[in-house]
Design a binder for this molecule. Sequence first.
Ligand SMILES: Cc1cc2nc3c(=O)[nH]c(=O)nc-3n(C[C@H](O)[C@H](O)[C@H](O)COP(=O)(O)OP(=O)(O)OC[C@H]3O[C@@H](n4cnc5c(N)ncnc54)[C@H](O)[C@@H]3O)c2cc1C
Length: 377
Amino acid sequence: MSAVSRVAIVGSGVAGTAAAILLAEGGVEVDVFEQKPDLTALGSGITLQGNALRVFDRLGVWEQVKAAGYSFDQTGLRAPGPDAPFIAQIPDARTGGPEYPAVAGMYRPDLARILADRATELGARIHYGTTVTSFTQDADGVDVTLTDGSSGRYDLLIGADGLHSSIRAQMGIETEPERTGMGIWRAFVPRPKDVTQTDLYYGGPVYIAGYCPTSEEMMYAYLVEPAQDRHLLSPEEGVQVMKELSQAYGGPWNEIRESLDDASRVNYTWFTKHVVPDAWNRGRVVIIGEAAHSCPPTIAQGAAQAGEDALVLSELLLSHDAVDQALWDEFHARRVPRATEVVEASVQLGQWQIDHVRDADVPGLMRRIAMLVSQPA
Ligand SMILES: Cc1cc2nc3c(=O)[nH]c(=O)nc-3n(C[C@H](O)[C@H](O)[C@H](O)COP(=O)(O)OP(=O)(O)OC[C@H]3O[C@@H](n4cnc5c(N)ncnc54)[C@H](O)[C@@H]3O)c2cc1C
């Protein structure tokens, strides 16, 4: 007996599709409402840590993720300058366990397709171009009204609708993402042969110049700078800024810079931080993933934490008899402290750079988070 038999999920990112997969697999009827008209065909890359890969295995998609992505076990630290000498090669912790690599780079649309296909295969219905405009709830269920004018009644409504969650706002939760002071340029480009892992360049005109391979053919490159208003720049101007800022970096960046063009899907975003304190639910409505917490990708834990939220929530919904306070207490005890620690550590890493702290204990912080997330959620 599970606590729910019909669930509505808003948003088809990692959090929403992971919850859809696990609930559908457990025999729950699942409707996912996604505002985008279809699976986005274009996008950039994502760096997935071992504990995210462990979640993907539980979802039944690890083999596909492994085949589509690019796995590696160490991160290089390089200096600016024409030759970009290596300062260190740092082994990455295998936070998912020894059976998974430490890290896999992945093309975001490939990951989205794999997760959506798995959810559909298990019987979840994904309704693209549709969202929940309003909801009301009573002790036994949630009535939702959709953009197409139809309505439905569910045992639970999950808001997995990302950073600017409309479900979070409709629940009356006032926590909003705040800027951390950093902004990131990203581009999706062909992989030079010598890019076989993430390398991070510290020093020079930006806080970090880095890259991550996502397949044999492709990779994404990024430049993290003080947050500024770059949003009005045209794609061509964005390419130009990336080319100029990356001039200080050699090694593979020479080839990356050459391949930057309008087709590189150059994109600029500010880093944010937030954690909804205490309760992520109001009655039978709950938020997970970036709707509940966001952090700069300094430890690349966003997708892992989103997946873990879905995993723990689904496990509790399938093992409890009722959606009651005992279920929510267990959910919050397992998720809020862990997600909060990851957010705070990710923000701290960025803040040390903003403040130019030279003797920060970066290895100590990374070790502490690796030990935390190595434990199953
Ligand atoms: C610049 C940058 C780089 C990052 N790099 C990494 C990284 O390398 N590794 C990592 O693990 N994490 C990274 N992250 C974080 C990671 O992207 C997120 O933590 C993760 O995608 C969260 O997944 P989610 O499912 O909660 O939200 P999302 O992926 O944002 O999915 C939300 C979904 O909801 C949909 N939606 C939104 N509003 C509505 C609505 N009203 N109705 C219906 N649907 C709606 C959206 O279209 C979207 O499909 C990065 C974040 C940023 C900003």
